[in-house]
Design a protein. Structure first.
Length: 410
């Protein structure tokens, strides 16, 4: 009987975990690839070998995501389209699994590395950054300041995952910064699986991936499809050339900052349900820094923090190093409530990265527009609320406890 209970407990936990990590249906990604490949290579539907090859690759892409697309109407519609196209153009006359046959007819192998077409304009690019105490610039150009502990994806899509871990670094309530950045490059025709880790506890940023490599080589194009570009001891770039994307990680003292630049069509291959760069901070974790500037002492008292540097001195210091707009506000907030000049320098370098990497229209809109002041005098009450991560952990533990209790009752 005890063994049965243990088995039931493990099964219940497994069901819960599997439900949480179930992969999403990638039918939209497969369809987008098919359409963009046709457009990029100017291929018209016909019984040509090249058209039949991309129809076959489309079919293979759909097959690879079949399990997670059960009951998905667009998936079954796409499958029907592929079957009809293949039959209509008699694509079964070609065997794309036979590499020798492909070479004979001058066709590339189906699993060759194809680089995405470059974005047609700057407005097709997106930029997101997380730095400081911490401050978040989302893909839509909005700025947020929040405080939550634990790990959460900054970006998560078909090609790569960037996860950040925030932790309390000064022992004061709601004083959190990025302590770890994990980058996972997902397996693709252009690269194998690669993992990069940066920790605030390390003295320097790593010059390569965790397996010791620094790049993934694309021999067809005789270039690196992915590589770690070590700029200096406190700054690295992970360049994903095959999708025109880059991830930038900085370290300043015990603090980390991370920025992402990528085309919209790449970023939209993810679910975006829990990604910081799309969804932003959780409502309960957001902090209105303009309220802190309006009444610094009341703000600090309500949040169980203290003002380390008077606001006027903080403003002078942040103005001195050249921060502007939202980066100036972030700089003043961090210096005022921590007294740590490392965060001042991090605000400045984050602004420099933004100016250098972000789309021009976003730079012009953010750096040259004044920040709006609060419409009314802030009122501070019940500032300290449990973070979502704590609540989530509690809910998960409570959930397991209930399951175990029910099992043992029987």
């Amino acid at each position: 009987m005890p063994n049965n209970r243990i088995a039931l407990t493990i099964f219940a936990c497994a069901v819960f975990v599997v439900k949480e990590i179930q992969p999403y249906c990638r039918v939209e990604e497969c369809s987008n690839w098919f359409q963009k490949t046709k457009d990029y290579e100017n291929i018209l539907p016909s019984n040509s070998m090249r058209y039949c090859q991309i129809v076959w690759q489309y079919s293979e892409c759909l097959n690879s995501t079949r399990i997670s697309c059960r009951g998905h109407l667009s998936f079954h519609s796409s499958q029907l389209v592929v079957e009809r196209q293949s039959k209509y153009f008699n694509c079964t006359q070609f065997d794309f699994r036979d590499d020798e046959n492909n070479k004979k007819h001058g066709l590339e192998q189906a699993n060759i590395c194809y680089y995405n077409p470059p974005p047609t304009s700057h407005r097709k690019m997106r930029y997101c950054t997380l730095f400081g105490d911490p401050h978040l610039l989302k893909f839509d150009g909005t700025f947020e300041t929040c405080s939550e502990e634990g790990a959460r994806p900054l970006v998560d899509n078909r090609y790569f995952l960037v996860q950040v871990t925030n932790k309390n670094v000064r022992g004061e309530a709601l004083t959190t910064t990025v302590s770890k950045v994990t980058v996972l490059i997902r397996k693709h025709n252009c690269t194998g699986t690669l993992k990069y880790e940066a920790s605030a506890d390390e003295q320097f940023l790593s010059r390569g991936f965790v397996d010791g490599t620094t790049h993934s080589r694309d021999h067809r194009h005789n270039r690196n499809s992915v590589e770690v570009l070590w700029q200096e001891s406190n700054y690295i770039e992970i360049a994903l050339h095959f999708i025109h994307s880059s991830i930038h990680i900085r370290r300043q003292g015990p603090y980390l900052a991370v920025s992402i630049k990528s085309p919209t069509n790449v970023l939209e291959t993810g679910s975006s349900l829990n990604e910081l760069c799309w969804k932003g901070c959780r409502k309960s974790a957001k902090i209105r820094i303009e309220d802190a500037f309006e009444k610094p002492n009341d703000f600090a008292k309500c949040y169980a923090r203290r003002v380390h540097v008077p606001i006027r001195i903080a403003e002078d210091r942040c103005r001195e190093i050249g921060t502007m707009s939202n980066f100036f506000s972030a700089c003043v907030f961090d210096l005022m409530l921590t007294g740590d000049d490392n965060l001042v320098l991090l605000s400045n370098s984050s602004q420099s990265d933004f100016h250098r990497l972000a789309p021009h229209h976003l730079v012009n809109r953010l750096l040259h527009n004044p920040i709006s002041s609060p419409n009314s005098s802030p009122i501070f009450t019940n500032c300290l609320t449990p973070s979502f991560s704590d609540f989530n952990s509690f809910s998960f533990s409570k959930y397991l406890a209930i399951i175990i209790s029910i099992i043992y009752l029987f």
